[in-house]
Design a protein around this ligand. Sequence first.
Ligand SMILES: Cc1cc2nc3c(=O)[nH]c(=O)nc-3n(C[C@H](O)[C@H](O)[C@H](O)COP(=O)(O)OP(=O)(O)OC[C@H]3O[C@@H](n4cnc5c(N)ncnc54)[C@H](O)[C@@H]3O)c2cc1C
Length: 396
Amino acid sequence: MTEKHQKRENDAPSVNSNHTVIHENILIIGAGPCGLAAAIALQEQGFEPLVIDKGNVVHTLSRYPTHQTFFSSAEKLEIGGLPFTIEQRKPNRSQALAYYREVAKRKKIRIQPYVEVLSIVPTATTESGSMPKINDVTDLGTSKESEEQKIEQGKMGEKEKIGQQIATSSSAKPLFQVHGHSQDKQDVYYTANYVILATGYYDNPNLMCIPGEELNKVFHYFHEAHPFYDQHVTVIGGKNSAVDAALELEKVGAHVTVLYRGETYSSSVKPWILPEFDALVRHGKVAMEFGAEVIEIKEKELSYKINGEVKTIANDFVFAMTGYHPDHAFLHKLGVGTDSETGRPHFAEETMETNVPNVFIAGVIAAGNNANEIFIENGRFHGELIAKEIANREGM
Ligand SMILES: Cc1cc2nc3c(=O)[nH]c(=O)nc-3n(C[C@H](O)[C@H](O)[C@H](O)COP(=O)(O)OP(=O)(O)OC[C@H]3O[C@@H](n4cnc5c(N)ncnc54)[C@H](O)[C@@H]3O)c2cc1C
């Protein structure tokens, strides 16, 4: 039985099938811009956090539309004080991917890619500080034999953890057990004193909850327009993602209808794309309906209500660009509350610590019902608050 350690600066733990328990002082879940910024801020305070992501670095950005241009200028996306220098003011997706890869490399951020975190469980530490038993975690469903193996490994982790607690002081008792799956669905276990959740919002599209939304022809993510040449495509939504998708689709020869609940263009639409889109609408190249509520999607058609009247149009594909929201499920399971009015998790704005001690949040996961209140431009600063607080607590 072996206990894996990460003694060297950039030596991410290997994931194996032996249910190894890896102890970390600080775990960051999510290698998005805000998780990475938090890692750098912590490194600057002398810590060596491990960042875990179910994809690779800036996984969310890699899932953007292929030809996406950011609405932010490059310097507003910078993290860790590394300049983001490009010729244009606003970067495109591939420039941003290159920038964040370079940041991860230069800052030697310890990243464990392709591990999806499935549960985080607070553990009761004993007086002696011994590791909690892994089989206290209720939702893992593993065999008795492997449980015993894990318990044993857990004890080993406690004995040996001093060596890897580079920046930990007296409170070196593990507080959280984190269970994840590697890409081949092997169990991976971590323990950590501090957990920082930076899981973003992009996995959770806002659903319309209408009949037909579950059809394979309905997408909540837009990548490229080419497959939709000469197809009847309905884009639902009236903000940037909808307008961007409609522009690309029209360009490749799709027959595009945009349906939007609002009565006029959203004020958040980037001013430099609106004239082009509006011109297409005025010239009849894109059909645009305001005040339209989609009521049903079928294999070959789509129905919506407008001014009390139901209209049905031919439809091959739907892009429901209705936005995304952070999934607060992990936080709730950990005991983090939510404000009933704003939908924001309970946390202290000056430290980003939630109402559960040692659980912090960074980035758009801190947003409530209005997910657009936090983005890279402002979420990148959360890590500094977290790092300062943990450093204070650890006497750094
Ligand atoms: C098309 C588009 C354009 C945008 N343009 C801009 C812009 O110009 N400027 C701007 O400031 N913002 C922009 N945004 C918003 C921006 O993408 C988000 O605000 C930003 O990604 C938030 O960063 P984050 O680090 O909080 O989360 P994310 O970037 O979403 O990172 C979260 C990470 O957590 C990982 N993760 C999630 N769950 C788990 C799990 N269970 N286990 C392990 N890993 C997990 C994900 O794989 C992901 O890598 C845009 C968004 C979109 C969709």
